[in-house]
Design a protein around this ligand. Structure first.
Ligand SMILES: Nc1ncnc2c1ncn2[C@@H]1O[C@H](COP(=O)(O)OP(=O)(O)O)[C@@H](O)[C@H]1O
Ligand SMILES: [Mg+2]
Length: 262
């Protein structure tokens, strides 16, 4: 279980806190949606969990506990260990997260090279299995491809394969479908559902799109300007939003999309 208690982050070059007293939990096997407009503190929250907060550029306080182990104040070597093994991350732009000069399959297996004693052949085998799990076709061929040879949707699948290859307990997904067209986006959402169901991986799914969150997440948290303004069962939040900002986000969903949902 991931537990965030009273997280505060303030960058030195900003007046306002990026995250202001956030408390959240993600239960084992749960997918929690985190929504809010641009600049509301979603990515900073994910970075804090992922150990990617630029610590020298900000003040931070509170607790982030993964199965009771503190992440926010942990030293670098523990962080490196936990983040490879227990937490996988997937970001919005697969192209920028990939090394253009390294074969896709090797990148999928990279975390195994760092964190396990597996042989090259064993790593390749595991990478191929992970690529099958994310429903990439022709995995042998994709393994030997370079990032520029794949479509955006395939690359995002490969990024997800890289994030799950070591079977982490938590996956952080920061706007993972925003750069993709609607059809591919829907496929990726189905894939995440499947991975959650089959592997029981907990997920924090970040999006500025409440409608996307509704398709995937049983529970949702809404952030505005660094503050958690509402949290609850996604369907209930949709039906009876308590906070004006949540209502505003729901009203901002195009009607066509809303109709598709009901
Ligand atoms: N490295 C940084 N230095 C200074 N300010 C930052 C940095 N990263 C994020 N911020 C600020 O923190 C706030 C929250 O940003 P972010 O978490 O990226 O928002 P979101 O992901 O919800 O769009 C914004 O005001 C942003 O400008
Ligand atoms: Mg962001």
């Amino acid at each position: 279980m991931l537990e965030i208690r009273n997280l505060h982050v303030r960058f030195y070059n900003r007046d306002r806190e990026a995250v202001s007293g956030l408390s959240l939990t993600i239960g084992d096997g749960e997918i929690l949606g985190l929504v809010g407009e641009s600049g509301s503190g979603k990515t900073v929250t994910a970075m804090s969990i992922a150990g990617l907060l630029p610590r020298k550029q900000c003040d931070y306080s509170g607790d982030i506990l993964l199965d009771g182990q503190d992440l926010l104040h942990a030293d670098r070597s523990l962080l490196r260990k936990l983040h490879g093994r227990e937490i996988g991350v997937v970001f919005q732009e697969p192209m920028s997260a990939m090394d253009p000069l390294m074969k896709v399959g090797e990148q999928v297996g990279e975390v195994l090279r760092i964190h396990t004693g597996l042989s090259r052949a064993e790593r390749r085998e595991k990478a191929l299995r992970a690529m099958e799990a994310v429903e990439l076709r022709d995995v042998e061929k994709v393994y030997d491809s370079y990032p520029h040879e794949l479509s955006g949707g395939m690359l995002q699948r490969a990024m997800i394969a890289a994030a799950i290859v070591i079977e982490p307990s938590l996956l952080l997904l920061d706007e993972p479908t925003t750069a993709l067209d609607v059809t591919i986006q829907a496929q990726i959402l189905e894939l995440l559902k499947k991975l959650n169901g089959e592997l029981g991986i907990s997920m924090l799914f970040i999006s500025h799109n409440l409608n996307v969150v509704r398709k995937l997440c049983a529970r949702v948290a809404v952030m505005q300007r660094g503050v958690l303004v509402e949290t609850g069962i996604t369907d209930e939040v949709f039906r009876r939003p308590q906070h004006p900002y949540t209502r505003h986000l729901i009203e901002a969903i195009p009607t066509r999309e809303k109709r598709n949902e009901t």
